[in-house]
Ligand binder design. Structure first.
Ligand SMILES: NC(=O)C1=CN([C@@H]2O[C@H](COP(=O)(O)OP(=O)(O)OC[C@H]3O[C@@H](n4cnc5c(N)ncnc54)[C@H](O)[C@@H]3O)[C@@H](O)[C@H]2O)C=CC1
Ligand SMILES: O=C(O)CCC(=O)C(=O)O
Length: 525
């Protein structure tokens, strides 16, 4: 039974779903990195929010880990390249908390417009400072939206409901989508010059870091009010403080900070500054949503191989997974076969699907071929890290589909190119389930690739099979299955035998010494 650790505070629905789906679960929150390192080795899955930092060091100790699930959107707390290199799938729940976060941005916009936190503190202090708190209306004001994705588009919708004019800067926003959202697509400079309120909804990337830098803040309208419910680091906090102090910036509300938890900041205590402790996603509804989603996604993956919302692997629905499973087994065996039989550097692998196989999601099939192929060279490869490893090794990967059936109703062909040219192997599924090799370097064969196998290339001549059988018998090796193919009578022939023991160097020497043998190799699947 797979075992999952929930290491951050999460709605109880998550643990309930894991248990219902046959996944054992421990809920242990608040552990230090060292404590997590010591315990992570026993888990197949790790469910987190933002507190747990899934670093390279933690991953090094995660000997059984297959999946990290983030109950939320941002995955800045997960070292995705390190997870990918280790073959660990990283998933998030990209929609479960979007409405809640958008509402928080709107709440902070109102808080700034009417100085609600300061008015509240003053009133509760018994001051009744009616004349001190003069607000502004939102109606007819211009809201500058930086980032018009899931959350940004909900903010735009709510702002339009408040009769605001919305201008948006997002390099990936199409003109059609801008029209659909009812926003005006503008450049960043135009947004800075026109907006009365600016709200940020982008991830933190090299392009967005300090997108509100001192220079850009200086381009804003005097009195602008700024809201950040996305990520710390999008605004230069020192420049923001200077802008608030000078009065150029009329107000700022931050839910997120460069350093979190933000227990101290030069911004604290600044007039017209409002802050919340990364509460964007903190509503009952959002937390139930993300907890359910993350548990369902992780359980799907651990129990049936379905992949949803993975950031480092192609998606594979729970319905697709059982259909693809036998293909992935076939693809992995074919990849492993070409890996074991190839000598010399391979610079290209092509995965060609024909018939029924061509109608399926190709990415998992290709990843399985690469995992099988690279598994012959390195121990720590799986479908997650195989495409990266192939790229790192300079192997070009091609996918070709032909929906028309050939000799078989479904076929996967794997071709590898080396300095000596291109060679291929092909396989099908018998009864849509059982992987079978049907072609080996241009020779028709029909073989189960299973366990220890002996591969022999010989000259097709009478008496050879008898001599080989005798040699194996004398070596005390029992033959399980025997598969034969030849290019033409009297030409090159191929033998694939499954044997009950691993093929030893001594056995290979005996076989190679037989007259007519061109090559002999041990294979294992
Ligand atoms: N405060 C909180 O508790 C929460 C914060 N978030 C954060 O909110 C942010 C936005 O989340 P979503 O809307 O779901 O993401 P999303 O991926 O749907 O949207 C992000 C948008 O940013 C745009 N973008 C990327 N680079 C840009 C650039 N250089 N300039 C302008 N726009 C750019 C993208 O094109 C995309 O449209 C994320 O950073 C996420 O982590 C999300 C949930 C809760
Ligand atoms: O889980 C949380 O409270 C933070 C949510 C968040 O920042 C996100 O989903 O990106």
């Amino acid at each position: 039974m797979p075992k999952v650790l929930i290491s951050d505070k999460m709605d109880p629905q998550a643990a309930k779903i894991f248990r219902e789906r046959g996944v054992e679960v421990d809920e242990i929150t608040g552990k230090t990195p060292d404590e997590l390192k010591a315990m992570i080795g026993q888990y197949d899955g790790l469910a987190i929010r933002s507190s747990t930092k899934v670093t390279k060091e933690i991953l090094e100790h995660a000997t059984n880990l297959k999946v990290v699930g983030r109950a939320g959107i941002g995955v800045d707390n997960v070292d995705i390249p390190a997870a990918s290199a280790k073959g660990v799938v990283v998933m998030n729940t990209p929609f479960g908390n979007s409405i809640t976060t958008a509402e928080h941005a709107i709440a902070l916009m109102f808080a700034l417009a009417r100085q609600l936190p300061e008015a509240d503190a003053s009133t509760q202090a018994g001051k009744w400072e009616k004349n001190r708190f003069m607000g502004v209306e939102l109606t007819s004001k211009t809201l500058g939206l930086i980032g018009a994705g899931n959350i940004g588009s909900i903010v735009a919708d709510r702002a339009r409901g408040l009769k605001m004019k919305v201008v948006a800067f997002d390099p990936f926003l199409t003109p059609e989508r801008a029209v659909e959202m009812g926003v005006e697509k503008v450049t960043l400079d135009e947004l800075l010059a026109r907006a009365d309120f600016i709200t940020l909804h982008t991830p933190l990337t090299d392009q967005t870091r300090n997108i509100l830098s001192a220079e850009n803040l200086a381009k804003t309208k005097k009195g602008v009010r700024i809201i950040n419910c996305a990520r710390g680091g999008l605004i230069d906090e020192a420049a923001l403080k200077a802008g608030l102090d000078s009065g150029h910036i009329g107000g700022a509300a931050l839910d997120v900070f460069v350093t979190e938890p933000a227990k101290e900041s030069p911004l604290f205590g600044t007039p017209n500054f409002v802050s919340t402790p990364h509460l964007g996603a903190s509503t009952t509804e959002a937390q139930v949503n993300v907890a359910i989603q993350v548990a369902e996604q992780m359980a799907d993956f651990l129990v049936s191989g379905g992949v949803t919302n993975a950031l480092n692997m192609p998606s594979l629905s729970a319905e697709e997974a059982p259909k693809l499973k036998p293909y992935m087994a076939l693809a992995e065996k074919l990849g492993s076969l070409v890996g074991q039989l190839s000598t010399g550097a391979i610079d290209r692998i092509s995965v060609h699907t024909e018939g029924a196989a061509a109608e399926l999601n190709q990415k998992p099939i290709t990843s399985a071929v690469l995992a099988g192929f690279l598994g012959t060279q390195t121990a720590t490869v799986n479908m997650v890290n195989a495409p990266l490893l192939a790229r790192d090794r300079g192997v070009e990967v091609r996918e070709i589909r032909s929906e028309r059936e050939g000799d078989y109703h479904t076929l996967v062909r794997v071709s590898v190119r080396t300095a000596d040219g291109e060679r291929s192997v092909a396989g099908t599924l018998f009864g849509d389930q059982a992987p079978r090799l049907v072609e080996l370097f241009g020779i028709k064969v029909e073989a189960d690739l299973v366990g220890s196998m002996l591969y022999v290339v010989n000259e097709d001549a009478p008496g050879f099979i008898g001599r080989l059988g005798t040699a194996l018998g004398e070596a005390g090796v029992n033959i399980g299955t025997f598969h034969l193919g030849r290019r033409q009578a009297g030409g090159e022939a191929v033998l694939l035998l499954s044997v009950d023991e691993p093929v030893t160097a001594e056995l290979l020497a005996r076989v190679k010494a037989l007259p007519g043998v061109r090559t002999a190799m041990g294979l294992s699947f």
